[in-house]
Design a protein around this ligand. Structure first.
Ligand SMILES: NC(=O)c1ccc[n+]([C@@H]2O[C@H](COP(=O)([O-])OP(=O)(O)OC[C@H]3O[C@@H](n4cnc5c(N)ncnc54)[C@H](O)[C@@H]3O)[C@@H](O)[C@H]2O)c1
Length: 377
């Protein structure tokens, strides 16, 4: 009879950098995660002076960008924005009057998507570069048509995917692009917050509010992290909770398959206590974790076999993200190159969102690009 003596536990050859353990610290890679600085300051016109534009204008004023004209059919809104941010700006109730002004070279269009298409078209026809608020369009074919028009006119059309310049997202996308994580094998993003502020606003009327209006930023993060890697299939499910006050479902889960990686997005918009926002990226060389109580307060760690690096990041998504989208557009104009948030790139994120919404509606997985329009409920 042969006996096998008990084997000692196998010791890892190298430090495995387990998340949550006390481990050696490493210097963090220096990455240019802050918004770039344009040399030129062309005149900016803002079309639509609604709630979100306080963040646009706070960022532009701090960066020293000249907003020379404001427009809203609701004159009081344009007057309020002028009084608070740019006392010398001209104000209009009709966008055509703003577009006639020669010193307006860049137009920031911050209306809801349904009004936006005609405004973007008019701005491009008036030979202005355009920054469109998100979600860019209600249908991918319209988005492609607008991209083609901008190209034909030799103008830039960028989308205000400001999450790209949230400090933690900017750092992580640059880390992935620089190959610091090796090959990305999974991305798990979860957001637990309270979205009940939408009750009584136009947002409460959007059937797929979470996956369309809100999650577009998280679909866009996947577009940034996975770069040229093409997503192959999207599956999603949404639910209403018994106690939620907003009309649209406040719970959503999404699974995205890439050729050799997977991503999950998880949302609970009814979290009133212990709110948390987390990004977990696993690569073949390193793992990145960004976490915190919300999108304004995030702590980034990069785990490698040698230890953990924790970059000290400055700034916050609001308003620095809004600085980033305009700064990148202005730099692209002066450097005569496409902006990194050009509309065609962000359409890839919208294709993910539409596929997820289509999947949530019929319970079947979808190929990105297969669902061309925002599906009706
Ligand atoms: N993080 C973000 O980037 C972020 C956050 C919130 C909202 N948003 C997006 O910004 C957009 C606007 O949101 P909001 O909260 O400011 O909405 P809002 O309803 O407060 O404002 C929309 C404004 O557009 C104006 N408007 C409508 N038609 C117009 C026209 N033809 N010309 C000029 N102005 C016109 C309205 O009068 C209104 O003042 C939405 O697409 C929303 O998804 C983005």
């Amino acid at each position: 009879m042969t006996t096998t003596s008990p084997q000692p536990p196998v010791q890892p050859a190298a430090y495995t950098g387990t998340v949550g353990e006390k481990q050696p610290t490493r210097p963090a890679a220096e990455l240019p995660y802050r918004p770039p600085t344009p040399k030129n300051r062309p005149g900016i016109g803002l079309i639509g002076c609604g709630g979100i534009t306080a963040h646009h204008l706070t960022a532009y004023r701090a960066a020293g960008y000249p907003v020379v004209a404001l427009c809203d059919p609701d004159l009081a809104r344009a007057q309020e924005r002028r009084a608070t941010f740019y006392p010398d700006a001209a104000i209009y109730t009709d966008a055509r009057d703003l577009l006639r002004r020669e010193e307006v070279e860049v137009v920031d269009i911050a209306t809801h998507p349904s009004e936006r298409v005609a405004l973007i078209e008019a701005a491009l026809m008036a030979h202005k570069h355009v920054l469109s608020q998100k979600p860019f369009v209600l249908d991918l074919d319209t988005g492609e048509r607008l991209c083609a028009l901008a190209e034909k006119k030799g103008l830039h059309l960028a989308v205000n995917q400001n999450g790209r310049w949230a400090p933690h997202v900017a750092y992580l996308r640059l880390a992935v692009a620089a190959g610091l994580l090796g090959e990305l094998t999974s991305a798990d993003l979860s957001v637990h917050w309270d979205h009940s502020w939408v009750v009584g606003t136009p947002f409460d009327k959007i059937d797929d509010l979470l996956l369309y209006d809100f999650a577009i930023h998280w679909f866009d993060m996947l577009t940034c992290y996975f770069g040229a890697e093409e997503p192959q299939q999207v599956f999603a499910a949404v639910r209403r909770t018994r106690s939620q006050r907003p009309r649209p479902p406040m719970l959503a889960h999404v699974l995205v398959d890439y050729p050799s990686a997977q991503a999950t997005l998880s949302f609970n918009a009814t979290t009133t206590t212990g709110q948390h926002d987390r990004t977990f990226l696993v690569g073949t060389e390193a793992t990145a974790l960004s976490s915190g109580p919300g999108l304004q307060e995030q702590h980034v760690q990069i785990f490698t076999a040698e230890g953990v690096a924790a970059p000290q990041l400055h700034g916050q998504w609001f308003p620095d993200g809004f600085h980033g989208t305009m700064a990148e557009l202005l730099c692209a104009i002066e450097e005569k190159r496409p902006p990194s948030h050009h509309a065609a790139d962000t359409l890839r994120s919208l294709a993910l969102a539409f596929a997820a919404i289509g999947s949530a509606h019929d319970g079947q997985p979808k190929r990105p690009g297969q669902v061309r329009r925002l599906p009706a409920a």
